[in-house]
Design a protein around this ligand. Structure first.
Ligand SMILES: Cc1cc2nc3c(=O)[nH]c(=O)nc-3n(C[C@H](O)[C@H](O)[C@H](O)COP(=O)(O)OP(=O)(O)OC[C@H]3O[C@@H](n4cnc5c(N)ncnc54)[C@H](O)[C@@H]3O)c2cc1C
Length: 404
């Protein structure tokens, strides 16, 4: 087991860290206060090549591995969860599914422009009546010659109003259940496609979150992503990728909370001493730091499996559940360390607290992840597929070997 970063991973990490501190941090508070999406920052992220991170070079990508991608995601989230959401959606929920399931023509059409940020993507799965129960899709897809006609509504879609292309999940044959679901690449300027921003959110104020409306949207059959009836499989793949990046982002939130709390604790005085010298403050900081590190290891283990091309639904779920809950707890404790000032928007703890709260809601609530993990442990539904049962030895030696 090697816990060291390669020189390349370290370089990517430092690159993201520098960008987060120099370019994102100075804008965070104003963007949050004004609840505005920052198009100027989007351009900078695109120009830096961040959106090209994991793509192969033939599509304009940098081919960085998943460990470096996790560290980049963490660094962005350490500073701003809204920006991290933009980054995660573009790469994990849209680029990677197109890379995995797209035809060569689809890849050529979208990936190089997504890599530079010229095109922005969004992923439309959730509907007013299909959240955790994602297979209950009400959006319909009806074939009409060479076209599919889409009708329905999506809700809570990150990047929805700023996207140029949306992966839309729709039901083509209700009688087939999830095997009737298809995925489409819908260009958002197609007639009948509209988006409306959702305002007054608890957090992620400078992330664009929107409803999508599809009113007789005609999509050419070449825009189907993967085959007929494979839309649910595509959606689950999207979530496997998205959950990984949310877990990495959650580590960044925990790290951000450690950073602001330790700084404040060594500045603020009470009873004639620094509050950081009180054991009860130290206890909160110790818990934050420990859970942050533990979560980081879970993320990096999932990343390691991704690098090896091994199925990692279980490891990603473990990471997402643990890191999301740890980040929420860390942000709660950060407010506590700041005392009354933690309750003020003049200090960063309040923003971390509001932004962290979404982490165990999107990309699978914590209840859904507990269900995935427990069903795997009980062998009711092995998360990594049949035959993926493990012994302790197998867990820590060769993940490729399946021992029953
Ligand atoms: C800011 C934000 C951004 C988002 N971005 C996107 C996006 O880009 N694309 C997208 O498609 N979606 C997105 N979502 C939607 C998100 O994935 C869903 O909100 C989430 O899956 C939960 O669905 P729901 O809101 O319908 O809650 P519900 O599914 O109605 O859940 C309500 C409660 O019931 C619990 N519950 C449900 N089923 C079970 C069960 N079987 N066992 C135990 N408990 C259960 C849940 O855990 C939860 O506590 C976003 C959401 C938010 C808040």
């Amino acid at each position: 087991m090697d816990f060291d970063l390669t020189p390349e991973q370290r370089e990517v990490w430092l690159w993201a860290k520098e960008f987060a501190d120099k370019e994102i941090a100075p804008r965070v508070e104003e963007n949050d206060r004004n609840a505005q999406f920052d198009f100027d920052l989007l351009k900078k992220i695109g120009d830096q090549g961040f959106f090209s991170a994991v793509l192969p070079s033939q599509y304009g990508g940098q081919e960085i591995d998943y460990i470096a991608y996790a560290l980049m995601t963490e660094e962005i989230a350490r500073v701003c969860s809204s920006t991290r959401t933009l980054f995660s959606v573009q790469i994990s929920l849209v680029e990677l599914p197109i890379l995995k399931y797209g035809t060569e023509a689809q890849k050529q059409k979208y990936l190089p422009k997504m890599a530079t940020g010229e095109l922005i993507g969004c992923f439309g799965l959730t509907e007013p009546n299909a959240g955790s129960d994602a297979a209950n899709q009400q959006t319909t897809a009806v074939q009409d010659g060479d076209y599919w006609v889409l009708n329905g509504q999506k809700t809570w879609i990150s990047n929805g109003s700023i996207a140029n292309v949306a992966i839309v999940i729709a039901q083509a044959d209700k009688s087939k259940g999830h095997k009737g679901i298809c995925a489409f690449l819908v260009e958002t300027d197609t007639p009948g496609f509209t988006a409306r921003q959702m305002k007054h959110k608890l957090g992620l104020k400078s992330s664009d979150t929107s409803e999508l409306f599809l009113d007789n949207v005609r999509v050419h059959k070449d825009q189907m992503l993967a085959g007929y009836g494979e839309g649910f499989k595509v959606a689950m793949f999207c979530l496997d990728q998205g959950r990984f990046s949310v877990a990495a982002g959650a580590v960044g939130v925990s790290q951000g909370c450690v950073d602001i709390s330790t700084k404040y604790a060594m500045e603020r005085q009470a009873f004639g001493q620094k509050i950081g010298e009180f054991q009860m403050i130290q206890q909160m900081i110790a818990e934050m730091a420990t859970e942050c590190e533990a979560g980081r290891l879970l993320v990096l283990r999932a990343a390691h499996r991704k690098n090896q091309g091994i199925r990692n639904t279980r490891e990603t779920s473990l990471a997402k559940l643990f890191c999301a809950e740890a980040a929420i707890k860390a942000s709660y404790n950060a407010v506590q360390v700041f005392g009354g000032y933690g309750f003020s928007e003049e200090y960063p703890a309040a923003r971390y607290y509001r932004d962290a709260r979404v982490l165990n809601l999107y990309e699978g609530t914590s209840q859904i992840h507990r269900m995935i993990i427990a069903q795997d442990e009980l062998n009711i539904r092995p998360a990594n597929g049949p035959g993926s049962a493990r012994t302790p030895i197998e867990r820590f030696t060769n993940p490729l070997v399946s021992v029953l």
